[in-house]
Design a protein around this ligand. Structure first.
Ligand code: ADP
Ligand code: MG
Ligand code: ZN
Length: 492
């Protein structure tokens, strides 16, 4: 048993996550500056996001409707009125000296999502995790600590990100293990991408997570004191950081100590958590309603319209794939992992006429090639027509399944015409009867012993003889044609 498992036998782990996800808008939350990643520093700024005196914020309507979309997709209630508040703190990347966020009256409350339970026997076992609230806020800028500045100890600030719209999605303390926290994040990210509310790209910092962790004895009613791990930006780090923090807390509690409420940083090199500051509470931020913005009023008709426009969500799509295409829950889950893959599957299936072979080729060979390239299906050159053309060549005996599989990485990388690629690679299957007859005759002559054993009842020798013919034709013989010829010759 691992140290973590041992701790989890003695203590119940309680986790609640706060996720910040960048909204997919063209402009910032309170000004017209462009939201663009990777541009030169301080290119997208104006008096509002630079906090020049007298500049006034104007709310981006698009950001509000994206927030409502996210709320509806996670079964939250959208509040008819929500209020922006100032969250006051000082940091060099925060020019106003406060962040405009929502506090007492957030955009939406009281939702949930369902996460898959990997350990359960049933593939469709799920657990429901509560969502406390989803609110809107602006991002801060970015501090750059760069050795090239001021002889090595200077810092710079890039305000391109200042004022970029974020959703903060706060979960109930319903998660019970690092794996569940990971599953929750994957599910949430998948939903936000499906509904095109956020790209939720962790590498670009567009999807970040703070993890609150506490322990209590199994059966205890009160929650233990929690600590908060800040700004975890990969699934792997989230799970590793939570696991390390669970072990640290268990050690403190085992030694008769008490957990101090604190904000921690995860150090990925040491694999340990360390205290950044003892916990501030909301009083420290001196929240008050933002006087420069009026309350956000959302009328029921607008909510109704946004609900009507919601696309099919991952769970619904998975169930439909099981129902309509006869897939297993597991395969359907993989194929609906992203909307683009699901769309690819459906387009290919429609063109080919059968779902199962498409699912098999996608799940086995195409996904493998995508993983190798760390790419999504809509980022590569392969298109449904190409996959279908390849399968049709296999069906016609013009390429062996083995050769076809070997072409997949090439088709994923470069796409193009399947016929041309097959010719260029010289992998067209040999189904020319004359050539195959000759090859079969040679193999039978060279393997008299195997032929005799087959005739005396050893059926498996047929496969051996098939293999010999394939070898003689460098694997290009059409297996179906060879089988027919062999059967005819041996049967006679
Ligand atoms: P704050 O905004 O000050 O961090 P919140 O009360 O909004 O505090 O809680 C933030 C997150 O912490 C939520 O996701 C919540 O589920 C989680 N949480 C609260 N109490 C605990 C606890 N004792 N153990 C683990 N998580 C907790
Ligand atoms: Mg917090
Ligand atoms: Zn601006």
């Amino acid at each position: 048993m691992s140290a973590l498992q041992e701790v989890m036998e003695r203590y119940e782990v309680v986790i609640g996550l706060e996720v910040h996800s960048q909204l997919r808008t063209d402009s910032k939350l309170f000004c017209g500056c462009a939201v663009r990643y990777g541009d030169p520093p301080n290119h997208h700024t104006c008096p509002v996001c630079l906090a020049l005196p007298g500049a006034l914020p104007v709310l981006n309507e698009r950001a509000v409707s994206l927030g409502v979309r996210a709320a509806l997709a996670t079964h939250c209630s959208v509040q008819p009125q929500s209020i922006f508040a100032r969250k006051n703190y000082f940091y060099p990347d925060l020019p106003k000296g406060y962040q405009i966020s929502q506090f007492e009256e957030p955009l939406s409350t009281g939702g949930w999502l369902e996460i898959p339970m990997p350990d359960e026997a049933a593939a469709d076992a799920v657990r429901r995790i509560g969502i406390t609230r989803i609110h809107m806020e602006e991002d801060a800028g970015k501090s750059i600590h760069d050795d090239s500045v001021a002889g090595g100890d200077g810092s710079q600030v890039d305000l391109n990100r200042a004022g970029v719209p974020l959703l903060e999605i706060v979960s109930e303390p319903d998660l019970r293990s690092p794996e569940e926290a990971g599953a929750y994040l994957r599910t949430l990210r998948q939903i936000l991408r499906y509904i095109e509310v956020s790209d939720a790209d962790m590498e670009k910092g567009h999807f970040r997570c703070d993890a609150n962790v506490s322990l209590r004895l199994h059966g205890a009613l009160d929650l233990g004191t929690r600590t908060e791990l800040k700004n975890l930006n990969s699934f792997r780090f989230v799970e590793a950081a939570i696991a390390a923090e669970i072990e640290r807390q268990a050690e403190v509690l085992d030694g008769g100590g008490a957990i101090q409420q604190a904000t921690l940083l995860w150090d990925r090199t040491s694999g340990q958590t360390r205290v950044m500051r003892l916990k501030e509470n909301s009083d420290d931020y001196r929240y008050f309603p933002e006087p420069d913005l009026i309350p956000v009023n959302i009328d029921p008709q607008a909510v109704h319209d946004i609900r009507a426009e919601l696309p099919e969500l991952p769970d619904q799509k998975r169930e439909r794939f099981v129902r309509e295409h006869g897939l297993s829950e597991y395969d359907a889950g993989l194929l609906t992992g992203s909307r683009s893959l699901a769309d690819f599957f459906e387009a290919s299936t429609a063109a080919y006429g059968k779902a199962k072979p498409i699912a098999n080729w996608l799940l086995r060979d195409v996904l493998h090639a995508l993983n190798e390239r760390e790419a999504e299906i809509d980022e590569v050159a392969l298109v449904p027509e190409t996959l279908v053309a390849l399968l049709r060549m296999v069906d016609a005996g013009r390429v062996t399944p083995k050769s076809a599989r070997e072409l997949i990485p090439e088709l994923v990388a470069r796409g193009g015409d399947v016929e041309a690629l097959v010719r260029e690679r010289g992998v067209e299957a040999v189904s020319d009867a004359g050539i195959l007859e000759t090859a079969v005759a040679e193999v039978l002559a060279d393997n008299a012993d195997a032929v005799a054993r087959f005739r005396s009842g050893e059926d498996k020798m047929l496969n051996f003889l098939m293999g010999q013919v394939m070898r003689r034709t460098s694997g290009k013989a059409s297996p179906a044609a060879v089988r027919d010829i062999l059967a005819a010759k041996l049967g006679g």
